[in-house]
Design a protein around this ligand. Sequence first.
Ligand SMILES: [Zn+2]
Length: 257
Amino acid sequence: MLNPRTIIMLTAAILITVLLTDMFIQVPIWIYAVTFLPAISLFAYGSVSIRSGFYVKTLCSAKTQKKEIAVSFDDGPDRNITPAVLDVLLKNNIQAVFFCIGEKVREYPDLIRRMHAEGHIVGNHSHSHHAVFDLYSCKRIRRELKQTENLIYEVIGERTKLFRPPYGVTNPAVAAAAKSLGYNVIGWSLKSKDTVIHEQKALLKRLKTRLRKGDVVLFHDRGNHLGDVLKEFIQYTLNENYRFVRIDKLLNIKAYA
Ligand SMILES: [Zn+2]
């Protein structure tokens, strides 16, 4: 399987071959450049594709023949959007996972309490969700994860073990920090793109056409773009005889320590 170590070894092997060849016939300089291209591309792809599991094992969907899916919400809690999302979920008796930002947990502990009371999982989505979070050192990332974990613990008395990296970006530092704290790294298999697509009809169409058994669906409880999409998506999914399952049950993992 392709992982950083295999790729470094393969690149080293190709480089040695090129160097040895160069001793007998002159190898053009561009051949050296090409030697590193696949490795650079794969390292970059591994960073931005959470589903690749390149740097760390990520759980993005369930292998199942059952019509079951889980829903997840990132970047909250938000004073306006989160209560509306919780209302819709409650009305449909659906339990979701909320990957929360530590700074907002501190600001809206009541919403975290409500999530927990209504049977949802509270996951860790870093403390700052800073634009360059993935460039932080392992120590700093670890500190952020621990900070958020402690904040959630203070409110609900549970130590979350689910972490979704901000922007879905993984790298050796993010991987090492998550592993050292015993986190399950959670991705997604169906991205709603609700922060990018602002037209509700287009958003809904995207979700309907891509929905598969075992999906983990990614939404955001921030911004005003979700609107009635969640309601309509739930209605469509139930009409198609899917069942909403909480993420820990769908993936067969423990959400809390
Ligand atoms: Zn996020």
